[in-house]
Design a protein around this ligand. Structure first.
Ligand code: ASP
Ligand code: MG
Length: 411
């Protein structure tokens, strides 16, 4: 008998009809002889609605109370789903984050999971119940409600799979039926991948591919949790497996590249003419880190006469805060000034095959050049090449690169 964790996204639980459809699949899985634990996201649009509501009272909202508000979306959906399963004749029980005790840090709205108690879940499963856990929520040591960041139900599901040593973490989505070579709404010939490595998915997720929460993929990699992304509407269909890298992913020429992603949620900030001496980078980036701002790409120019320029990117949602902090530090450091551009996008090419094949980056650059798209910044990792470009060319860039690497072709 297997233990299967199934997580359903908000669109899959958008109304009573859809909740019934989900409950039926959950029951079917149970009736095949498996134990089933379900993680529920808030009903479609609910988290956004709750954030907006909070903002209409206080902007930015009080951080503690915002988590009290946003976590309620999952409370509703988990309760409704458990109720639906029961109404269809199967025993079920819902748990909120604090009830099973998903212990987290106290960084509201982006809390980290510290520990999960599994006794209550194990007991309920052993009694034959289908367990429904509210995704996205946790509780800190003092009992404050916390949330795990947008898309955090993925993390709840992956973490529970790891803790319970479940056999698979199935992530059911309504808007996508797997992981694609790129965003199908931009490229009509985007292809669904049968499998992808954690590292590739990590790059894709953190670079703006909206399929999975990046933190959830990182967690899955660490604990080797096999993930299966599947379509809710056709739940028996194979989706995309996210697993450990194997030889088939790097050996063959045609699997050189897994995908092209883009991220418009980007802004760049440049500190101009800052003294180039030990400790300067630390001075600039430490306060940003302390404010929880994740700096992504960093470029420091070659220094001339003891001065240099430092450019970096931040999520656009943190841009104003980051700019304010940077301007203060720039003044302190005696820099000439700060410039910015909050209309940029990052387009990236991802594939483990890059490790063993040369010429990938140059092909990407020449493709952008052919389209007349200027590259503002470049960064690379072992399995990724990213270019910062003007936001308005994002779609064009993605299509051109996807075509240049023949990603749309059927293998
Ligand atoms: N409801 C939360 C969100 O919309 C968490 C999730 O859906 O995974 O971000
Ligand atoms: Mg969601």
């Amino acid at each position: 008998m297997a233990l299967i964790v199934q997580k359903y996204g908000g669109t899959s639980l958008a109304n009573v009809e859809k909740i019934r459809h989900v409950a039926e699949h959950v029951i079917r899985t149970k009736q095949r002889g498996n134990d089933v634990l379900v993680v529920a996201s808030a009903m479609a649009g609910e988290t956004d609605r709750l954030i907006k509501l909070a903002r209409s009272i206080m902007d930015p909202p009080d951080e503690r109370e915002l988590d009290v508000v946003t976590s309620s979306g999952e409370q509703v959906s988990s309760g409704l789903l458990a109720m639906m399963i029961k109404s269809l004749g199967h025993d079920a029980i819902s748990f909120q984050g604090h009830q099973i005790r998903i212990l987290t840090s106290n960084n509201y709205s982006k809390a980290r999971i510290v520990k999960i108690d599994d006794e209550k879940i194990k007991k309920a499963l052993s009694e034959g119940k289908i367990v429904v856990v509210a995704g996205f929520q946790g509780v800190d040591e003092e009992g404050n409600v916390t949330t795990l960041g947008r898309g955090g139900s993925d993390l709840t599901a992956v973490a529970l799979t790891a803790v319970l040593k479940a056999d698979v973490c199935e992530l059911y989505k309504d808007d996508v039926d797997g992981v694609y070579t790129t965003d199908p709404s931009i490229c009509s010939n985007a292809r669904k991948l049968k499998k992808i490595s954690y590292d590739e998915m990590l790059e894709m997720a953190s670079l703006g591919s909206k399929v999975l929460q990046a933190r959830a993929v990182g967690f899955a990699k660490k604990f080797r949790v096999p993930i299966h992304v599947r379509p809710t509407s056709r739940p028996e269909e194979e989706g995309t497996w996210i697993v450990e890298e194997d030889e088939t992913m790097t050996e063959m020429e045609d699997v050189l590249i897994s995908g092209v992603t883009y991220d418009k949620n980007q802004a760049k900030i440049t500190v101009i003419h800052v003294p180039d001496r030990p400790g300067i980078a630390a001075k600039i980036f430490t306060p940003l880190g302390e404010e929880g701002i994740v700096v992504d790409m960093i470029v420091q120019n070659v220094s001339t006469e003891g001065y240099t320029d430092m450019t970096f990117t931040v999520p656009r949602s943190d841009f104003k805060k980051a700019l304010r902090i940077t301007e203060d530090i720039a003044k302190e450091l005696g820099a000439k000034g700060v410039t910015f551009d909050d209309r940029i996008a990052m387009v990236s090419l991802v594939g483990v095959g890059m490790k063993t094949h040369a010429g990938v980056a140059s092909k990407m650059f020449s493709t952008l050049a052919r389209e007349g798209i200027n590259i503002m910044m470049i960064s690379t990792s072992e399995i990724r090449v990213s270019c910062v470009i003007d936001e308005k060319y994002t779609e064009l860039a993605v299509r051109a690169i996807h075509d240049a690497f023949n990603l749309g072709e059927e293998k």
